[in-house]
Each structure stands twice: as C-alpha cells, then as structure tokens.
Design a protein around this ligand. Sequence first.
Ligand code: IMP
Ligand code: MG
Length: 177
Amino acid sequence: MLLDTSEVLVTSSEIRSMVERVGKSLNADYGDEELVVIGVLTGAYVFVADLVRELRMPVVVDFIQVSSYDGTVSSGQLTVKKDISVSIEGRNVLIVEDIIDTGYTLTKLKDMLLKRNPKSLKICTAFNKYERRVHNIDIDYKGICIPNKFIVGYGLDYDGEFRNLRDVCVVSQYGGN
Ligand code: IMP
Ligand code: MG
C-alpha cells in the first residue's frame, strides 16, 4: 500500500495564527508566574518549540514520553518511557500535546502528574480530534479542531514518518504493490 499525503487540512499559516492565539491566551492567564511546560514526546516537539517562543513569563521546558494501551489489558495502563527531570511540586504546569484523540493518554497522564502535587495543572493541545473522544477530558487551551481523519505533519507521524511537513495533511492509502 502506498501513502498519499497530498491533501492539506491545515496550512502552516493557519498553524502560525493558532500558536499566536494560544500564546496570547497563556500570557494573559499566567502573567509573570513561572510555567513548567511539559511536552508529550514525540509528536509535541514542534508545537512546544513554537509555543514557548510566544510566552513572556519565566518558562521551564521538559518532555515526557509515555506509551498507553487500553482495552486488551483489563486495568488499562500508562507506561512512562521517559520521565521529566524537574520537580513539579508547587509549580504551575502545562501539559502540551500534539493531538487529543480518544483522550486516554491525557486522562492517565494528568492523574499521574497530579499525584506530584503541582500548584496547577492545565492541558494544551495543537489539534483536537473531538469526534473520537472516549474519555472526557477538559482541555484548557485548544488549538484547531480536526475531523476524524488520520493526519501527519507539524510533528505528527505515520509510522515515524512525515513529522517534518510544515502543513498538516491527511493520510490516505491507495493501491500499489
Ligand atoms: P489518545 O490517547 O487516543 O488521545 O491518543 C493521542 C495520541 O495518539 C496522540 O498523542 C498521537 O500520538 C496519536 N494520534 C492520534 N491521532 C493521530 C493522528 O491523526 N495522527 C498522528 N497521531 C495521532
Ligand atoms: Mg502523542
């Protein structure tokens, strides 16, 4: 099967406007208070890089990598593959995701980080695939709503590829050998 990524869903200039809008909103809400930004690897690295450069308060950036599985395992579990290096106790924390789909990853991640007693914990996502939501989650800072399609670009991948695309594109498959 060959992959087609020629359909642009969100252009790089629409993404730039979104990043500015979300940045302004964060600046207004946090003022001069320090913010610990935690990017969820790998997909969020591009959004984090752009977003933190819009921020005017003191910012600390770190990353976490988790893998989640649901359904087949009775309990449903989140495995931390790479944890953050900073302590978040008593600090304002913002989790930054590339995309929220079923909401499973963020629900689990939020519960896990809340146990570390941050002063506040909010969620920000570049893209929101709301039609697929299974786990209800409050998203404090929403980027762009997208339909139920598999997208790549701006950090998002298909099997490790296409993270470098400037626009967000829809992946479709077409026949081939
Ligand atoms: P959730 O736990 O179902 O909300 O899954 C969120 C994660 O699934 C995201 O952080 C992405 O890594 C991945 N994901 C969901 N939809 C897409 C997509 O359309 N393109 C690329 N990755 C996606
Ligand atoms: Mg992700």
